[in-house]
Design a protein around this ligand. Structure first.
Ligand SMILES: Nc1ncnc2c1ncn2[C@@H]1O[C@H](COP(=O)(O)OP(=O)(O)OP(=O)(O)O)[C@@H](O)[C@H]1O
Ligand SMILES: [Mg+2]
Length: 271
């Protein structure tokens, strides 16, 4: 049993219980902010264990898509099925309970606490169904899970280090450990490679490609090289719509995608 299997041992049980349902199935999902159409008629299917990259310029609607999937925002219209279950009306916490996790574009770590304590708190929060800091004592099983997850994201050497003393890249790795807490079935990574050095990027790619094969994810990524290395399918977004979907090689060779992407900063609009 690998470290992560131990930390997420109930995943395969849950997967078999949900049969052949898609991990995610979005139908006609739209999100309006006043008059602004941030997402328009999104149809998207992601299979269990699938790894998908979402690419697109600034403001394309990528983070809004994540917010609608996780329940951080309610979609204006549309259906969102998570392993066969309609979740569009569920609060975020109910989706977390069903095994959906995410990371944020902006860091949400406890700066004054150690690496291990951050992951331990994430494990506690998930196991109780909510975050709570009032606990009678340390839960050894949760601490063992936290220790495993710290290793999975290559932070064992700094497990007692305070978050504020970590490098930026290490902080992003820690966020991944937190997203892995409590046996997720599916994870949404919002630009985990943003701001990383080339070495840190390689580390991130190692961590993501090393996740167990049953654990699907969507990664929002501006760097085509990172996306193509970790994903088996790609969705290109533009102006709140899905502009193209396909295998990485098809997307890379697509003339319209190249025009959009190779149009330089105007086309891509790196953030
Ligand atoms: N909470 C909000 N209130 C109003 N408008 C919003 C809100 N969140 C996003 N938007 C708008 O919705 C559109 C899509 O934004 P979103 O953050 O999803 O883009 P993105 O593809 O994630 O971009 P980036 O690459 O810059 O992260 C943008 O026009 C943005 O200004
Ligand atoms: Mg975004």
């Amino acid at each position: 049993m690998t470290l992560l299997d131990r930390a997420t041992s109930s995943v395969s049980d849950r997967l078999s219980a949900t049969g052949t349902a898609n991990a995610l199935e979005l139908r006609q999902v739209s999100k309006m902010f006043g008059a602004l159409v941030a997402l328009a008629d999104i149809d998207m299917i992601v299979k269990p264990g699938e790894r998908r990259a979402v690419l697109g310029s600034n403001g394309a609607g990528k983070t809004t898509l994540f917010n609608c999937i996780t329940g951080d925002f309610a979609p204006t219209t549309g259906s969102i099925r998570f392993f066969g279950e309609e979740v569009a009306a569920f609060p975020a916490q109910e989706r977390i309970r069903r095994g959906l996790r995410r990371t944020y574009q902006i860091s949400l770590l406890f700066a004054g606490l150690s690496v291990l304590d951050n992951v331990y708190l994430a494990c506690c929060g998930v196991s109780r169904g909510r975050f709570s800091f009032i606990r009678p004592g340390r839960d050894d099983a949760l601490m063992a899970s936290a220790e495993s997850l710290v290793q999975v994201v290559h932070l064992d050497d700094v497990r007692e280090t305070k978050v504020e003393d970590l490098s930026y890249g290490q902080q992003r790795q820690l966020e991944i450990a937190m997203a892995l807490s409590g046996a997720p079935r599916f994870i949404l990574f919002d630009e985990p490679a943003a701001g990383l050095s080339p070495t840190e990027r390689r580390e991130l790619i190692d961590i993501l490609t090393g996740l167990p094969s049953h654990m699907g994810f969507i990664i929002i990524e501006h760097d085509m090289d990172v996306a193509l290395r970790v994903a088996e399918s790609v969705t290109m977004m533009h102006n709140g719509r899905i502009f193209k979907e396909g295998k990485p090689a098809e997307i890379e060779d697509d003339e319209e995608v190249q025009a959009l992407y190779l149009g330089g900063e105007e086309g891509l609009g790196h953030g």
